[in-house]
Design a protein around this ligand. Structure first.
Ligand SMILES: [Zn+2]
Ligand SMILES: [Zn+2]
Length: 171
């Protein structure tokens, strides 16, 4: 059923190839293959995906900002609560929670927002930081600088995690 017979590019039927588009699975020659973070795609599929790009409308920003700020605030509270448990080992737990929170936030955003734009990615990255601010400011005014560093670690890990996952761009 598959393999066995030689594949030919679906755009250039005279060119034998071993590549397939990883989205539509049609055979493509090296000239038609476009390298994406998730593998080779044909030009049609790349164009399809780009249609979702720079299409974000105003409420996508509102949803992205609100959801990310709220979830980031919750995650930053959890991370700072762990910082009070103390101990060097807790750094690793915090890092894991930050990365986990980043993944969860990105997954929720992927479900809520179908459209994409570069500005939207920036808004979401900024929202992670904004969400962590109340806790960081609280520690700043109470003079707990150790916990501020903890918040910094959270932002440092969670932001690229959300960004990479939501945008599909590998850092
Ligand atoms: Zn394709
Ligand atoms: Zn081709």
């Amino acid at each position: 059923m598959t393999q066995s017979a030689t594949l030919y590019c679906y755009v250039h039927p005279n060119r034998p190839t071993t590549l397939r588009c990883n989205r539509c699975e049609r055979p493509i020659c090296t000239q038609c293959a476009v390298r994406t973070p998730t593998g080779y795609r044909c030009r049609n599929c790349v164009r399809e995906l780009q249609k979702t790009f720079d299409t974000a409308v105003w409420y996508d920003y509102v949803i992205g900002l609100t959801v990310t700020v709220v979830l980031s605030a919750i995650a930053s509270v959890i991370v700072s609560a762990i910082s009070f448990l103390g101990g060097f080992f807790m750094i690793f737990i915090s890092l894991a929670i930050a990365a986990g929170a980043g993944t969860i936030i990105a997954n929720i955003l992927l479900r809520l927002i179908r459209r994409r734009s570069r500005v939207l990615f920036f808004v979401i990255a900024a929202s992670i930081v904004i969400g962590a601010l109340p806790v960081a400011l609280f520690f700043l005014f109470t003079g707990n600088f150790f916990s501020i560093i903890w918040q910094g670690i959270y932002v440092f890990v969670a932001t690229p995690t959300v960004y990479a996952r939501f945008s599909g761009i590998q850092l």
